[in-house]
Design a protein around this ligand. Sequence first.
Ligand code: DGJ
Length: 549
Amino acid sequence: MNNLFYSRDGTPFFSLGGQVHNSSSYSEETMRRAWKAAEALGLNTVAAPVFWNLLEPEEGVYDYSQVHMLLQQAEAHGMHLILLWFGSWKNGASQYIPVWMRTQKERFRWVQTIQHFETRVLSPHCEENRQADARAFSRLLAYLKSHDTKGIVIGVQIENEPGQIGTPRDYSDIGERAYKSRVPKAVMDWLQEPGPCAQAGRAGGSKVREIWLKHGGRTQGDWEEVFGFHAAEICTAYAFAVYINSVSAAGKREFGIPAYVNVWLGEMYNRVAGIDYPSGGAASRVLDLWKRFTPDIDAICPDIYYNDYLMYGNICEKYAGPDNPLYIPESGATAMNAVNTFRGIVEFGLCGIHCFGIDSLTDREGNLKPGVQEYANMVRIVRAAAPLIQKYQGTGRLYAVTQYEGSAFDYIDFGDFVGRVVCTNPLDDPYAEDTRPYLDAAHTEDEHYHVRGKGLIVYEGNGSFYLAGEGFRLNLIRKDTIEGMTTGVRTSNFQNLRHQEYLEVAEGHFEADMKFVTDRLRTGDECDHGLWVHSDIGVVHALLEEGMK
Ligand code: DGJ
């Protein structure tokens, strides 16, 4: 699978992070609670905004103290950083630009609505805006190159949920001019490339091409002539993509660390661009166009606050692809998101997940608030399993356990073994085994049972299984002759569990080079109820007598 973040030694790095609230990175004082929360959540990365108005208080005069403070504090807390460049746009508006820009209205131009009301959004069609942003961003990256000698910053986000909220296109004179111009040759050539437009993610096909063909497939004309109803969004998306790509390119000339753009999803409310989500951002309708015109941006990343199975899968399908690593920069610290993360890792090659607003996830004493625990457990599980993810993601040997409402079981075909996943929490499954199975003496409280089944299983082959997770156990049956699989010692769950062909069952952890270190062996009662997991015990390794007989 493709990754976005890497450690300094070049190994892929799974970023388990949290984003601070929008104004928290203002000072050391306001960051205090965020660091505490990051520690309570067990994160390895904190994402924090860098404000353009602080970085460049006067034109051409740069003040790096905010960045310096973040670097220093991240190092002191043993965390990595992702810096969010709150430049021209933040959530489809332009709140973070310096005052000297705001006061030069003729030079730095703003988006207007159809009634010529001036919005609080910088125009993507203004060359002065673009140049100013690119200059400031490149100074930021030059600073990082010379001051982050330890590789604390693993990536930068360019802008934040860019696009324009309030109007589907810019009706100012420069916006009108762009809209009424002929669609650039580069776009026309791309539309006419043979085959489905490339870079369309796993969902396949190209939305913009589809729109173009439906509108008659004209080979020249202005945006409206070529794209019809969706022309405003497509023209605006092109302008934003080209602008932000050039900001990224300017940064990369100074320092080539991973740079991505995050997306306010188009799958919102009535799904009208400019009203329900910012027009011009890399919403799914224009994602293929964005990908094509942002060669200097490493990934386009969806902020996924949806928890439900269908929407989560739908969005991942659209954004994850061989040309676009799936990193989720914003999400909620919910139990469902924790479950979905394991699905994301296995089904969509997820390479990092951040939840939003960490500094309000703990109380004043620094304890996790109710409802956040399962997310923190997920973080712990993924950290323990990170070497397995790195080795097995995308190989077909990594399986996700994800428990959703109405089901307490799963069935996995491992090739030479059959696995039955039994969750400890019934979650409305009328057939759930209400046995409150024994884990071990240290895991008898409700909190060890009343969690959604979630985690990862690796089957390496030759009878070697690794498990990490919580709220489930795995019962195995070796695939055998029909007589072997239907003998009494297999068909009765009780008997089957007592006739497992374990050579060894161990709890442990990984050290460098995938070296598994045993912390405790499991035998007796601790083995007789299946291969169980919990978030505080690291990884379970079960070695069975040779898998295929
Ligand atoms: C998405 C934005 O990108 C964040 O900066 C923040 O405003 C959250 N929404 C709030 O939910």
